[in-house]
Design a protein around this ligand. Structure first.
Ligand code: AMP
Length: 210
């Protein structure tokens, strides 16, 4: 079964690789961050509740996040596998997830802090479709405009300097312990995430056969 967890600090390129793997393996890319941002954009009760937390770079509560993921994984498109990008992010979330799935491959994105800071501070996201660009490494054809849908590009509030540093601390304190959690279960594969996404995809496909 191709159930994947993409684990790594913000800015490691989990989302960029997940988009390509989802297309190639025909499995859904489930990003809890994207789901929260869609709720914020649509001003749903959940979105209103989580906006300030997300803008600051802190984590949404485990209960809320786990409910959301449980609901998403019960959808029919998940029956042949899925990629979880940004979940689990705490030990309680990982423990909850173990109860709903005991067959998962965890990909650990290894990357240096200085690369993460550079990537995040230069990232731009489409307001309309969520596609990611980078002013240095992946600029859009027209400045400020999404290549895919023509939407407006913006900088996420949590990609501003103060939030980036806070998110890295949160990662180190709350999410990094998951590496040991999954290593002890023998379910983890380390990937050097400093390389370009297409090269990374090639390595991924060598390791994980469809
Ligand atoms: P991301 O797009 O994965 O960087 O997530 C953006 C923000 O959404 C995070 O900084 C958190 O505030 C929130 N978030 C996403 N996934 C989770 C999760 N699994 N647990 C708690 N908060 C989350």
């Amino acid at each position: 079964m191709n159930n994947f967890i993409f684990l790594g600090p913000p800015g490691a390129g989990k989302g960029s690789l997940a988009v390509k793997v989802a297309e190639d393996y025909k499995i859904p890319h489930i990003s809890t961050g994207d789901i929260f941002r869609a709720n914020i954009k649509n001003q749903t009760p959940l979105g209103v509740k989580v906006k300030a937390i997300i803008d600051s770079g802190s984590l949404v509560s485990d209960d809320l996040t786990c409910e959301l993921v449980k609901d998403r994984l019960s959808q029919p498109d998940c029956k042949n596998g899925y990629i979880l990008d940004g979940f689990p992010r705490t030990i309680p979330q990982a423990e909850m997830f173990t109860k709903i799935c005991d067959d998962v491959k965890v990909v650990n994105f290894e990357i240096k802090d200085e690369i993460v800071i550079r990537r995040l501070s230069t990232r731009r996201v489409c307001k309309a479709c969520g596609a990611n660009f980078n002013v240095l490494t992946l600029p859009p054809k027209v400045e400020g405009v999404c290549d895919k849908c023509g939407g407006e590009l913006y900088q996420r509030d949590d990609d501003k300097q103060e939030s980036i540093l806070h998110r890295m601390d949160v990662y180190r304190e709350q999410t990094e312990p998951l590496i040991k959690f999954y290593r002890d279960k023998g379910a983890i594969t380390d990937l050097d995430a400093s390389i370009e996404t297409d090269v990374l995809l090639g390595k991924f496909k060598e390791i994980f056969k469809k």
